[in-house]
Design a protein around this ligand. Structure first.
Ligand SMILES: Cc1ncc(C[n+]2csc(CCOP(=O)(O)OP(=O)(O)O)c2C)c(N)n1
Ligand SMILES: [Mg+2]
Length: 387
């Protein structure tokens, strides 16, 4: 078929316009820069209609829990040195994320933490001694997950992403408006379970908020060796999940962004992905030497963006905090750390053989064999101790 030049001139402008449909991916994409409501010194930036400032009472409570959380964190690290804890992964520097996340959800919502989230669980109101039970070397998580709507702290990376999707789907299926909040680290977003969890949640519109704390390292592996994505928040779009990135050391922004993400999930619109840009100030755990893979100057630069100091400056400026109130919160934190020390000095009686109970209704032959090995070793140690 031949086309006259006149026909081409007549058809082409309309054809070109019709060939550009609206981009369905655009509404899913995060802001090109992390959302920030406070600058690094703690001064409020221009207001945003999409992220209204959370109420001042909520921010005051956030500050209180962040101060208590930081004190808990240093106490837990000290307990490893005294042999009272087997290991402790600190979340110092990540206080805005740890506390903001649990303040954004209801007590009836479910939280899926990793080993990094002890501070978040204390901020959620779980007894700190129970929170530290697993890290003490016991075989169970210390608290009753169903009573506190909080899964055991997860050590296998990203598996909690699948659990959160399943729980959220089940809750919605039964007509409840429960939201599941799954914490995950930057490194763990490379794990298959993260992708399987978020894909399932997206397809079945399960109300999950995936909250990535990008603290820049997976043990010694820096983010640049982990991903080529412009930001981890962009991992949502491939699954049809709306995403946002936030300054994770800006407590006001963290609470505002997570509040919106949780509301999205609760409204039945499916999962949401939030990436918080933050920094792990301490080594991976007390057993790690971070000076082997990162520069002191990098750590110092992040010290200047301290989330606790930033919120304190802001709340002072708003007249919510003053010297007396700050001193009272510091004293409360000291008292709770002292109580934790005392309680952790009581050595719990743990029967090593209890490790083998509750694994299977009928123990496998391997478990029976292993239990007998442990029993024999304990008996031999007892005998040695007796001589
Ligand atoms: C499936 C699996 N692979 C490897 C490990 C060993 N491991 C424990 S923590 C960790 C780093 C995880 O880094 P990230 O996800 O960034 O979380 P962060 O520790 O920084 O909070 C690794 C590789 C593990 N626990 N589970
Ligand atoms: Mg990390």
């Amino acid at each position: 078929m031949t086309t006259t030049p006149q026909a081409v001139r007549r058809a082409s402008p309309r054809t070109r316009r019709a060939a550009t449909p609206p981009d369905p991916a655009r509404p899913l994409l995060p802001d090109s820069a992390p959302v920030r409501l406070l600058d690094e010194s703690g001064t409020l930036l221009a207001a945003r209609t999409d992220y209204p400032e959370p109420p001042l009472e909520a921010l005051h409570e956030m500050y209180r829990r962040m101060v208590l959380g930081r004190r808990f964190d240093t106490q837990a690290t000290a307990l490893t040195k005294q042999g009272r804890l087997a290991v402790y992964p600190s979340s110092r520097g990540q206080e805005a994320c740890q506390v903001g996340a649990v303040l954004a959800v209801r007590d009836t919502d479910w939280v899926f933490p990793t080993y990094r989230e002890s501070m978040a669980l204390v901020a959620r109101g779980i007894d700190p001694v129970e929170v530290l039970t697993l890290l003490r070397g016991d075989w169970h998580c210390g608290y009753d997950p169903t009573a506190v709507h909080t899964a055991p702290q997860c050590t296998p990376l990203a598996t909690q992403c699948v659990h959160a999707a399943g729980l959220a789907y089940g809750e919605a299926y039964q007509g409840r408006d429960t939201v599941a909040l799954a914490f995950i680290g930057d490194g763990a977003t490379s794990e298959g379970d993260f992708h399987e969890g978020i894909n399932f949640a997206a397809v079945f519109k399960a109300p999950v908020v995936y909250f990535v704390q990008n603290n820049k390292y997976a043990i010694s592996v820096p983010l640049s060796r982990q991903t080529a994505a412009p930001s981890l928040a962009y991992k949502g779009v491939g699954y049809g999940v709306p995403s946002e990135q936030v300054d994770g050391n800006d407590p006001v922004a963290v609470l505002a962004v997570l509040t919106r993400a949780v509301a999205h999930a609760r409204a039945g619109k499916g999962p949401y992905l939030v990436e918080a840009h933050t920094y792990r100030m301490e080594p991976h755990t007390n057993a790690d030497d971070a000076s082997r893979y990162r520069d002191g100057a990098e750590v110092d630069a992040w010290r200047d963006r301290d989330p606790v100091a930033r919120l304190e400056t802001y709340l002072r400026a708003r007249g919510v905090l003053d010297d007396a109130k700050i001193a009272a919160i510091a004293a409360e934190a000291e008292a709770s750390a002292a109580e934790l020390r005392t309680r952790m000095n009581d050595q719990p009686t743990v029967d090593p053989l209890s490790l083998f109970e509750h694994v299977y209704a009928e123990p496998t032959p391997q478990l029976v064999e292993q239990r007998e090995q442990v029993r024999a070793e304990l008996a031999a140690a007892d005998e040695e101790g007796g001589h």
